[in-house]
Design a protein around this ligand. Structure first.
Ligand SMILES: [Mn+2]
Length: 323
């Protein structure tokens, strides 16, 4: 099996090269995007040719992070020295770009998911980190690379989103310490919070109300399950990205320990987003269906009807609580 490398080893690889392409996962979240942007920024400051290669749209609430770092043009980044996947540990999470990733003369993986294992030449997987953004911060400090205001803001965006704004159980002393350290670079954190948390489209609220209408409580209130279909999106005039945060909202219901949101994708498969509160292990359920994630936040995709997937997930959750 390939081993985990120290941040120094990873940093030296990056220092010793000219071109780096960064691969965040599809359906990117604040951590994937914030970490990628922070790293891309410092690498460019070090005189490197660095790009973030994407295959799907940047969600609106993260658009402010991209200041010319992202590209969809594979030709622009062809023949890279190093390809680096961030916040994921599997080419399945960036399938349409995997060809470019494999072309890297050397490949690096930086991630914090418990389901990830070292799979390329250089790996740094730290499951203790609340966000990949924490690892990127540690890497920058380890290498003594310069941090600009915007770099600090991107790292903050990564950590605040993956910790549910420092509320989830993955939040540690270290998450807060890093956030505190970031003040040294005078970031405008109030502005970042407005960008991320107070910038919602009305269509998102319309969609949420439809999703809440489908919610059902089971296992004596410990489980909650809801769904969203393509038809519901159309009726609300919303996009699937706007379900971001919805499964966490379902979890916030009193007494609920596991929340699930089933999303119909455009090829008719069901993507299940899962969140656990204090009890319950959703990584276990997701893993059983070829998915992945953390104990408290995981997901999988199942090729079956909405109704079947719904019944299946109710059974899985009930089983965890002994029903
Ligand atoms: Mn993450």
């Amino acid at each position: 099996m390939m081993k985990n490398n120290s941040l120094k080893e990873i940093g030296k690889q990056l220092e010793g090269t000219d071109s780096i392409v960064i691969f965040p996962h599809v359906l990117m979240d604040g951590d994937a995007m914030g970490s990628a942007v922070a790293l891309c920024r410092v690498l460019r400051r070090r005189g490197k040719e660095a790009w973030i290669l994407l295959e799907d749209k940047i969600p609106d609430y993260l658009m402010f992070l991209d200041k010319g770092f992202c590209t969809y043009d594979k030709k622009k980044v062809s023949d890279p020295d190093i390809c680096l996947c961030i916040d994921c540990g599997d080419t399945e999470r960036f399938r349409k770009r995997a060809d470019v990733f494999q072309k890297g003369k050397s490949r690096i993986c930086i991630d914090h998911h418990a389901t990830s294992e070292p799979f390329v030449e250089y790996n740094h997987i730290n499951t203790e980190a609340s966000a990949t953004g924490e690892i990127i911060y540690d890497l920058i400090i380890e290498m003594d690379w310069p941090i600009e205001k915007e770099t600090a803001e991107a790292i903050f965006a990564a950590i605040t989103t993956d910790t549910g704004n420092f509320q989830y159980s993955n939040t540690t002393r270290r998450s807060h310490e890093i956030a505190a350290d970031l003040y040294d670079y005078s970031p405008d954190l109030a502005k970042i919070s407005v960008e991320i948390y107070q910038n919602e489209e009305l269509s998102k609220f319309r969609l949420e109300s439809k999703i809440i209408d489908t919610a059902e409580i089971f296992a004596e209130g410990k489980g909650i399950i809801a769904f969203v279909t393509l038809k519901m999106l159309e009726e609300a005039g919303a996009r699937m990205e706007e379900t971001e945060g919805m499964v966490a909202k379902l979890r916030s219901v009193k007494g609920v320990q596991i929340a699930m949101l089933i999303k119909e994708n455009d090829i008719g498969e069901m993507k299940v987003a899962m969140r656990a509160k204090e009890k319950g292990n959703v990584a276990k359920i997701a893993g059983k269906y070829d998915g992945g994630g953390h104990i408290k936040a995981a997901g999988c995709t199942i090729n079956d009807s909405m109704e079947n997937v719904r019944e299946l997930m109710i059974k899985e959750v009930s089983k965890q609580f002994g029903y």
